[in-house]
Structures are given as structure tokens and as C-alpha cells.
Design a protein around this ligand. Structure first.
Ligand SMILES: [Cu+2]
Length: 154
């Protein structure tokens, strides 16, 4: 075999090697189909009380998914919160990350987890749909349409 051809072969083998290395740097299980958000609603509350976002997250993939936050153009600030009842007093606290194991689902619902939707950029009415982007650790974000519902509907 002549030298030139052998060299060419080595180069293409080397570039294949670096391509493989690049592929390995992409987080595994990054496919969006493995994660579904359903029943996404936001409950509007009167006055200056922040709206609350509720949904269900299904992890049908084989990797644990970690929810770390949310963003929306419709709100200045969104936090993950958990409602609690202690000594008969209702309160809530911020949550920084929530894990959803493979095959598990996570439900945001009244008296439990909710998205605290603060500083709305406009007036929201029942029936409006707002995009909220859920953010995860080491995987691409998921943008979900949340439908505005009345305070009494949930
Ligand atoms: Cu809250």
C-alpha cells in the first residue's frame, strides 16, 4: 500500500475518533419525546396575588430528569414552590430542584408543588394560553402551553 493512501486512511480514522468524542459530550437521554408535560394550567388569583402553575410531568425515558426552574416572557419571575401545612398554618417554600425517576411522574397540584408565577407582564384572563419553559439539569428545556383558569375551577 502506498504511503499517501495509508496516511489518508489514518486521518479519516482520527477524525471519526474525534467525532465520536463529540457525540459522547452530548448528554445522554436528551430526547424531548421522553418527557411529557400534561394538564398544564395556571390558576389566576384576584388582586396582586401571584398565579400558580400546575401540570404533570411524565418521565418515560430511562434517565432521571431534574427540574430546576421555569421561565416565561409573560412573567418577570417564576419559582418552584411547595405548599405545606404546619400546625394548621398554610405556608410555602421555594424548591431548587425536583427529581423525576425513570417511569415516574411528578404532579404539580393545589396543596403541593406549584409554579409561583410572579410579576406578570400583562393582564391575564381565563382562557388565555401562555408559554412557560421548564428548565432541567443536563437536558434541553421543554416549552409548555399553560391555560389560564379561574380560581374556583381547581
Ligand atoms: Cu408559592
Amino acid at each position: 500500500m502506498d504511503v499517501k493512501r495509508e496516511l489518508k486512511r489514518r486521518i479519516s480514522a482520527a477524525s471519526l475518533g474525534s467525532l465520536a468524542a463529540c457525540l459522547l459530550m452530548v448528554p445522554l437521554g436528551a430526547s424531548a419525546e421522553e418527557l411529557d408535560a400534561m394538564e398544564a394550567r395556571m390558576r389566576l388569583l384576584p388582586g396582586n396575588t401571584p398565579a400558580a402553575g400546575y401540570f404533570r410531568l411524565d418521565n418515560t425515558g430511562d434517565e432521571t430528569v431534574v427540574l430546576v426552574g421555569a421561565q416565561s416572557e409573560a412573567f418577570g419571575s417564576i419559582e418552584l414552590h411547595r405548599s405545606m401545612s404546619q400546625d394548621g398554618m398554610a405556608s410555602m417554600e421555594p424548591v431548587s430542584r425536583l427529581e423525576v425517576a425513570p417511569g415516574e411522574e411528578l404532579t404539580f397540584a393545589p396543596q403541593g408543588y406549584h409554579l409561583m408565577l410572579m410579576a406578570p407582564s400583562g393582564t391575564l384572563s381565563v382562557g388565555d394560553e401562555v408559554e412557560i419553559t421548564l428548565e432541567f439539569e443536563q437536558r434541553e428545556s421543554l416549552t409548555v402551553d399553560f391555560e389560564a383558569v379561574s380560581p374556583t375551577s381547581m
